[in-house]
Design a protein around this ligand. Structure first.
Ligand code: AMP
Ligand code: MG
Length: 409
């Protein structure tokens, strides 16, 4: 068996690839449908928010000066001149010694500069209220542009749109937004032993898992999965499947056959398809060492190991950031993580990153991580776990009692 040459640390392997990656073209989409998309350009505010001075309390619009010195013993008496209904312009105006009913989020009455909370007032009759505490000018009022001023910088280019971003854009009337096109990710799943999940298994056959786990991961990263179907371990068939897949996609993901035995063809196939060709073959990781990184005439291609656990782990380290880079994000968002105390030792060797699935349990209120035992190629180890712990490259292992960061699924 040929050996792996130049095995790179996973982060270095991505750095090698990153230099070649360029964001895809932008497209305009409805803001209401832009969740999870990445902004292609800076967004500035076309108008101030709020657009009118708003009360933050139920109470009365007043002139603050009229309340100065007011106490429970010596309240200020104000004349009630009406109300400002919600969603309507301020048709009443208050002058010295007057007040108008204000609702939370409603417009401040003309002439008023503050709102007294209803709790700090008392109604004497239909025309008069007592104010028992002073308010300062601007108190209980959101000023025009206090949230965002007109022409303010609102979002940078390369920003992943979250629910609050969608809400903020729509609040400003921005109902279309320019985002990076969704990367289309072709999946070529190879192996003579594979059958579609609907089939009955013959001896020695297994059902294809990776097409579906990878499709899910691609969608979670904001890409569009394009499965090519199952391809046999035959150079010509794989090569034509890869050419076809590259034609309609932005990223090519090859599953299985990425090692160095004579049964493994991914390297030969990817190496025959474009320039500069293979950049990395082999990364210092377990599981997932037989991984291939290539650039084929401007398109990134990644050969993942067939072991479904390896494929998922390496996807996270190489394909996920590639999808985000093509979407227009220089670095992918931090995946969700939790700090937990390790319950058992995890052995490793220096010079290799290990990824170990863990179950999270609470012990006396403390979050603890328990390694899920089982050979690293068993898909159900990932199903029985809530996250994964990385043993760093330079570490010989982790000790029970250490606090570790768990990348949550
Ligand atoms: P390979 O990378 O071709 O050496 O495959 C490594 C292991 O993963 C072998 O046991 C394969 O049968 C298995 N395998 C390859 N592709 C898939 C797949 N799509 N779904 C499930 N297991 C697979
Ligand atoms: Mg194989």
């Amino acid at each position: 068996m040929t050996e792996f040459f130049n095995v790179l640390a996973p982060a270095d392997a991505f750095e090698v690839l990153r230099k070649h990656l360029r964001p895809l073209d932008a497209e305009a989409v409805d803001t209401t449908a832009a969740l999870g998309r990445v902004t292609a350009e800076e967004v500035r505010s076309p108008e101030p928010l709020p657009a009118f001075p708003r009360s933050t309390m139920d109470g009365y619009s007043v002139r603050a000066a009229d309340t100065f010195g007011a106490t429970e013993g010596l309240p200020a008496y104000l004349e009630m001149v009406g109300q400002v209904p919600m969603g309507r312009p301020a048709s009443v105006s208050v002058s010295t010694g007057q007040a108008a009913v204000a609702y939370t989020g409603g417009m401040l009455a003309e002439g008023a500069d503050a709102v007294v909370m209803v709790e700090q007032t008392q109604k004497i009759d239909d025309k008069t209220i007592e104010v028992m505490r002073p308010v300062a000018p601007g108190e209980n009022v959101v000023q025009v542009g206090e949230d965002v001023r007109e022409d303010d910088h609102v979002l940078s280019a390369g920003h992943l749109l979250r629910p609050q971003d969608i809400g903020g854009l729509l609040a400003l009337g921005i109902d279309r937004v320019s985002v990076g096109r969704r990367p289309r990710v072709a999946i070529v799943s190879t192996g003579d032993e594979l059958v579609p999940p609907g089939d009955t298994l013959g001896p020695g056959q297994i059902r294809d898992i990776n097409t579906f786990t990878l499709s899910g991961q691609i969608q979670e990263a904001g890409g569009t999965p394009l499965p090519s179907g199952l391809i046999r371990d035959d150079f010509k068939e794989q090569r034509s499947a890869a050419i076809e897949a590259l034609r309609g996609s932005d990223i090519l993901v090859f599953s299985a056959g990425s090692s160095v035995s004579n049964r493994d063809m991914t390297a030969d196939v990817l190496g025959s398809l474009g320039e500069p060709g293979i950049l990395v073959h082999g990364i210092s990781i377990r599981p997932g060492k037989p991984t291939i990184v290539a650039m084929l005439d401007g398109k990134p291609a990644i050969g993942l190991p067939g072991n479904p656990v390896s494929a998922m782990v390496v996807f996270d380290l190489l394909v996920r950031p590639t999808i985000f880079a093509l979407s227009g994000m220089a670095s992918p968002p931090e995946p969700p993580a939790a700090q937990a105390r390790l319950i058992q030792n995890i052995a490793s060797v220096a010079g290799r990153e290990d990824y170990v699935p863990v179950r999270l349990v609470r012990e006396k209120g403390e979050l603890c991580a328990e390694p899920v035992l089982g050979k690293s190629n068993l898909i159900f180890t990932l199903i029985r776990s809530q996250g994964i712990v990385k043993v760093p490259l330079d570490s010989g292992g982790l000790y029970a009692g250490e606090t570790v960061s768990v990348r949550l699924f």
